[in-house]
Design a protein around this ligand. Sequence first.
Ligand code: PMP
Length: 313
Amino acid sequence: MSVQGMAFHQGNKILLKDAKVGVMTHALHYGTAAFEGIRGNWNSDKNEMVIFRLQEHYERLLRGANILRMNLPYSAEDLSEITVDLVKSNGYKEDVYIRPLAYKSHELVANLKLHELDDDITIIVIPFGAYIDNDKPINCQTSSWRRPEDTMMPTGVKLSGLYTTSILAKTEAVSANFDEAILLNFDGTVSEGSGENLFMIKNNEIITPTETDNCLLGITRDSIIEIAQKELGLKVNERKIHRSELYLADEVFLTGTAAHVTSVGTLDSRKIGNGNIGSITKNLQELYFSIVIGNDSIKKKSDYTKWLTSFNV
Ligand code: PMP
């Protein structure tokens, strides 16, 4: 990976290649960190960088940091300001991915506690195109790995340690030539993808697992719920989903900052609907893309500029 550009590290803006931590760092050994994935979308018509729901990402990061009993000297507003400055310094005129990592920075091993340890936050910015090709539906596999239960680890925030399960699941799916994994809960109901929330559509109703189904409280999920209700007048039902309901759905799609809105064409080698991108998924994809890039070409009933931090680079 390229190590060009600038990072925010140990309270300063420095060259990314110089942003390093020691091998004894607590978070490196125990996954005691919380992170975010934030997208800056390059709007070439307006010559502007458009960051999507910046403050909400930092609010979620700070909720995770609080669970890990971190004392960071920054508010969500401070971190948003630092990020805008960092993105400007990097100067990329293309889509970027912003990765803040709040971590137990104490250099001390064999110490299983959260308190009385140093904490820090690093923010990096990298150029980032498509994570998944959204133009065609993807093929998913129900994972043999289960989504951790909230009784095992807090699941509503992005704690680094949780991602071992996501990575095992994605690796299993990709090694078997699928594109993505769908993880079930311990009770066999559906939770989410390895890095995406899941929605299904049945009879024009949108259904998605609830917060108590151990899924991450996704910012794209929240945005899609609002867009589906306001723009398409659809009913959104948050409830438990059985595995085979997905086989019988009209449409299934995944949402995430990296994945945007991705149609699922097959699950466990069974076609969903007719296997193509469904009409509601297509509509939501188009609306979402136009909103996150601050593009006015599609007329919308509501104003979403509240979600955008736009500036010249
Ligand atoms: N679930 C998991 C496990 C994720 O890692 C992500 C990506 N952050 C999501 C869902 C989607 O969340 P968001 O829309 O906030 O990116």
